[in-house]
Write a protein that binds this ligand. Sequence first.
Ligand code: SF4
Length: 98
Amino acid sequence: MSESSFEPIEEKLYWNRYLVDAGRPHIRVRRHLSPSASLRALTKICPANCYSFDDAGQVKVVTDGCLECGTCRVLCEATGEIDWNYPRGGFGILFKFG
Ligand code: SF4
């Protein structure tokens, strides 16, 4: 298989569908004065780009498009900075593989 046959990740993610549970995000960032290195890292490693910094330098999460991969759950388990749950039934990611 040649390298050119690989689809970019953005094109693969395009096939997925996501049903937003408005007003009920399944992941929340707890209040923090300054984010730990683990929490800051989520702004770079979340594959769905759900984490970002707000104007005050705090980390925020928008769960629309979350792949439910659990990376943020594992990374911040020790710091306790996020609350992580699966979306309610019928909401969240619907994987399609083209
Ligand atoms: S579960 Fe994965 S995709 Fe969802 S917010 Fe966490 S790191 Fe991002």
